[in-house]
Ligand binder design. Structure first.
Ligand code: FAD
Length: 403
């Protein structure tokens, strides 16, 4: 497509206006950088269609606070109790926030509220702008700047281009970066449920042979109705015959009955109060996060299994690292898109990302296996964690996003 117009030089162009792209835009905007964030989707539709909630860890909350975003999130339900159950075993691994010095492990925020807070913050900053819907279709890299070519043929230039364009990242493919990727042959079905009794800020992860079933506490609605978000994972969703038998194919009544079978009794009667949305699950990790004047963040660099609710939390750690390096470069009068900064970013993030990938992949394999010896060893492991304080501390820190 012919290049029609040339626009001003920005400090950074962020491709992707999902939660990671918007958060980084706010952090860089706060530093006074001229930032433009682009998204190919209509923000209103993205918000309406995303029924998910996100478990924001204690560590991520600090980043959102620093970016001036957290105070704008109107509804966040604290997690003060984490329960892990394995099939029909009565064994329960239970962590209470009192053990963590009274600090909540995290907060459940509806994605639409997170997106609204991010957009409000971005609009309040003087040097940041968002353009959507518009797609990035090509790039051009020169010695002292890089250009992003948009679908309308216009070109915008910046010192640094940041790919926050999700798992299927166009920018990553343009960079020619290899990935390690596989499908889990599972899909996560997400919905919201109202229940008779309060959840007492408990988050439950119940591992069933058919897949993990998570109940995440939400704040009560305007009518005082108690609510929880559900992530119902099912195996084998990749073949057509299994898809037909999928939970997505059930009527609302049959699906509600499947939910009720898995809800603990103390929630009382339950009722499905939202639509259902299905997300195919897989792992993807980029072999490199950077190229001259380009950096990948969050899901564009690594997409993980939602089993521990850590995908975006990991992305927030990329964002914090890159934003700090950019701040330091500005103070030192260095080029924010220079090779040195990009290499430091890559070194700062690779090990943490690999370790979370291994942790979530391992958890999924361990709990997805129902062979009796594996089940026996797994339950012995849970018992050991329950009674071994250093192991308890390790799991609590992971949940809080401290490691
Ligand atoms: C069921 C489920 C539950 C989850 N629960 C949690 C949880 O509790 N806690 C947690 O931390 N994480 C969780 N995650 C993970 C989390 O949702 C992702 O890590 C997060 O959405 C990644 O955000 P992102 O901004 O990097 O990417 P995305 O949200 O994928 O956004 C990418 C954006 O880029 C735009 N885009 C793509 N290509 C282009 C282009 N060429 N030009 C312009 N724009 C483009 C897209 O329109 C999109 O808006 C969960 C995931 C799933 C599937």
């Amino acid at each position: 497509m012919a290049v029609k117009t040339e626009k001003l030089l920005y400090d950074a162009i962020i491709i992707g206006g999902g939660p990671s792209g918007l958060t980084l835009s706010c952090l860089l905007g706060q530093q006074g950088l001229r930032v433009i964030c682009l998204d190919q989707a209509d923000p209103k539709k993205s918000s309406e269609n995303d029924l998910r909630t996100t478990a924001i860890s204690y560590g991520s909350r600090k980043i959102l606070d620093q970016a001036g975003i957290w105070p704008l999130i109107t509804e966040a339900c604290p997690i003060d109790d984490i329960r892990i159950l394995d099939g029909r075993s009565p064994l329960l691994l239970n962590f209470l926030s009192e053990e963590a010095g009274g600090k909540s492990f995290g907060w459940i925020v509806e994605n639409m509220h997170l997106r609204a807070a991010l957009t409000a913050r971005l609009k309040a900053l003087k040097t940041t702008e968002i353009q959507a819907p518009i797609r990035a279709t090509d790039f051009r890299v020169e010695d002292d700047y890089a250009a992003c070519i948009l679908e309308d043929g216009s070109e915008i230039k910046a010192r640094l281009l940041i790919g926050a364009d999700g798992r299927g990242s166009f920018m990553r493919r343009w960079m020619g970066v290899d990935t390690r990727a596989w499908s889990y042959r599972q899909q996560a079905i997400v919905c919201t449920v109202a229940h008779e009794h309060p959840h007492n800020q408990a988050a439950i992860e119940h591992f069933w042979p058919s897949g993990p079933f998570a109940i995440l506490p939400m704040s009560d609605d305007a009518d005082g109705q108690h609510r929880s978000s559900v992530v119902f994972t099912e195996h084998g969703s990749s073949s057509r015959s299994l898809r037909a038998r999928s939970l997505m194919a059930l009527s609302d009544e049959a699906f509600e009955a499947a939910l009720a079978e898995r809800f603990p009794e103390n929630y009382g009667d339950i009722k499905l109060i939202s639509k259902r949305a299905a997300y195919p699950l897989g792992l993807i990790h980029a072999a490199h996060y950077t190229a001259p004047r380009m950096a990948l963040i969050a899901d564009a660099a690594h997409g993980i299994h939602p089993i521990a609710g850590q995908g975006l939390n990991l992305g927030f750690r990329d964002i914090a690292a890159l934003s700090t390096l950019i701040e330091q470069a500005l103070e030192a009068g260095e080029d924010i898109g220079g090779l040195d900064i990009l290499q430091r970013y890559e070194r700062a993030r690779r090990i943490d990302n690999m370790s979370m990938i291994a942790f979530t992949d391992g958890l999924n394999r361990l709990f997805g296996n129902n062979i009796p010896p594996v089940r026996f060893l797994r339950r012995a492991g849970l018992r050991a964690v329950a009674h071994f304080p250093p192991a308890r501390r390790f799991f609590m820190k992971r949940a809080m996003g401290d490691i």
